[in-house]
Design a protein. Sequence first.
Length: 150
Amino acid sequence: MKLGVCGLGMMGQAHLANALKIDGIELAALCDTDPAKLDLSQAVQGNISFQAAGVDVRSVPTFADPGVMLRDAALDAVVLAVPTYRHAELTLKALEAGLHVFVEKPIALTVDEAERVCGAARAAGRLLFVGHVVRFFPAYVKIREMIQSV
């Protein structure tokens, strides 16, 4: 699966680091409006160092404009770790481009936008995942199991 990552702040880099651990994922594009963040060969943010992990991302195509990446990069899926006010807009563009989407939370700023995004995913037949990932953490899974057993 050819993956693009849009937004290379701490969360974008975290998602990128995790995606690179999954068999079958090919990093096909990186995007950030901040040119300094596109130099991941030297990047260390939070506790992530691609250089120390031996990951060379220098040959991956980079984009400064998310719309251009979504239109021009040969992708199957995209991670959108962009500022919240861009979530709905870029998710809709990605779905229109035929991509599966992982978007950081919240899905949108309004209920109407969220409903439009969900409808677009259904209409496009694409997977949409909103990054409410805490529910998958082992402690939360255990708490859910305990509540359901009562």
